[in-house]
Design a protein around this ligand. Sequence first.
Ligand SMILES: [Zn+2]
Ligand SMILES: [Zn+2]
Length: 287
Amino acid sequence: MGLFDRIRSSILHLIYPKRCAFCSAVVSPKESICPDCVKKLPWVEAPICKTCGRGLPYCRGHQRRFAFARCVAPFYYDGRAKSALLRLKFYGRNEAAVVLGAQMYDTVVREYGSNPADVVCCVPLSESSLLKRGYNQSQLLGEQVAGLLGKPLAANALTKAIDCPPQHSVGMRDRWSNVLGVFGVENREAVLGKTVLLVDDVMTTGATLNECARALKEAGAREVFCVVCTVTRPRTLVKAIKMSYNAKGSAGLVTKGICSSQMEPANAAGGKTIMEIGEGNSSEPLQ
Ligand SMILES: [Zn+2]
Ligand SMILES: [Zn+2]
């Protein structure tokens, strides 16, 4: 950068200071996240589950076999990451897409390597939702990830033919049947014989990603790897519950609002299943 460009950039920074995408604090031109947010963001920390991408203490294990190989995420669906994602989802804030997409890219490279797929796809909205909102937040994130990876984005490869109720509006148990058969592949050529990196904003049960991956594989995709911006987590560590459960035995355990009588007996014995708090009242494990 020449002297003139440096002066111009300093003046621009004084007039329009660069702001942290998570809290709007002024940051230096080289930063995109302020030091306070770096400290307080709900980062997913290693070691992670090689299926759902949650940190191991937050994974309850997987009874179902997903159609995708793995999912990874930079953040949990909490705090400042959740707020930034909601700003992107409901206000289309592109600066949020840039910062969140960059973190998703870093996670992809760390977990899958720098050449993880031939093509990037994103979870689609139905036509009516797209008309209402005007953009697809997963596509905004997909554009960032694909751009940084230098891979093509097949934005319209997947389609959502059936306008099912939003996943957050149905209970955990119904989420699998709610999305069953609603996705299709319009552009088979884009995915045939290819490894796909599938992008979405949030994973809760994994039902949506699973259904998209199933459609992609039926259309001839070789393998599907997923990356989401955020993954939900139980409020209480699965590991902590298990330890406490083992220490106290099987009868009448109450741990921080979670009662053993609410567990399925088979799962309670293994200490793997706990009630999900704040994700509806279903006791079905997140998957
Ligand atoms: Zn900040
Ligand atoms: Zn897992």
